[in-house]
Design a protein around this ligand. Structure first.
Ligand SMILES: [Cu+2]
Length: 254
């Protein structure tokens, strides 16, 4: 077994080089990128959470975990694109309630809504941006869905772009969306219903960024990045083992 392990290790090394060189040549549609982000709290929403995505061609799998937002009120959630690909400074002065950041205040940072993270098989395009009936309506929730996106959005996600924004903030602590100010996105809704509560700019998982090296133990990264590395390692080992088996067979045959 020790011999086998050593053989696999030596075989895995050239495989690693091949994988590192692959992105320049491989067809875009066959590539998978893994993205993740930890949310920044905006507008003192009280929320926190994380999001993960896996994009293969035009297919997007996404998971969003949120804690601590207003209970019993819909939370619109989107992938925004086309801005600087980042979240606004939580301390920025906005045009909302007592300086709150309204959605359009930070559009230069995170861009416009391109994907609506709806449930119930509802429309995931920007047309569903305020589809309140099909967004999570708890303060703490886990959302998961797989769907297709148009080419330009897929390309942006493959490039590691995309900012996840979760909306809905109870500025005045009334326990519901209310207040004098109306939303900058839909003037039939209170601004509280659409003001951003959480924001996270997607970052590429390590699997998609060869050259970063494999870090073991004591790291502060967790979740997708690590599982991506583990999956990548397993794949390389499997490839190595396959090559080893072939070599063995050839050797036995001759
Ligand atoms: Cu949004």
């Amino acid at each position: 077994m020790k011999k086998l392990t050593t053989a696999m290790a030596t075989l895995a090394a050239p495989a690693l080089l091949a994988v590192s060189a692959a992105p320049a040549l491989a067809a875009h549609e066959d590539e998978t990128v893994e993205l993740m982000t930890t949310f920044t709290e905006l507008n003192d929403s009280g929320g926190s959470g994380e999001a993960w995505a896996k994009v293969t061609g035009n297919e997007v799998w996404i998971k969003v975990e949120v804690q601590g937002l207003l209970e019993g009120a819909p939370h619109a959630q989107h992938i925004h694109l086309g801005g600087a690909g980042e979240c606004p400074d939580p301390d920025m002065e906005g045009s909302g309630f007592e300086g709150a950041i309204r959605t359009t205040d930070a559009i230069d940072s995170y861009g416009a809504v391109r994907v609506s993270l709806t449930g119930n098989d509802a429309d995931t395009s920007e047309a569903g941006a305020l589809d309140v009936a099909n967004f999570p309506s708890d303060g703490t929730y886990t959302y998961e869905r797989t769907f297709e996106v148009p080419d330009d959005i897929a390309q942006s996600l493959h490039d590691g772009q995309g900012v996840v924004v979760v909306h809905g903030v109870d500025h005045n602590g009334s326990g519901e969306y209310d207040g004098e100010q109306m939303s900058d996105l839909d003037d039939s809704l209170p601004s509280e219903a659409t003001d951003p509560a959480l924001c996270g700019a997607f970052e590429m998982g390590q699997m998609s960024a060869p050259g970063g090296g494999v870090e073991t133990g004591g790291g502060s990264t967790s979740g997708m990045e690590n599982s991506g590395m583990i999956a990548g390692g397993a794949l390389l080992l499997a490839a190595g083992a396959g090559a080893f088996a072939l070599n063995q067979r050839r050797r036995t045959d001759s």
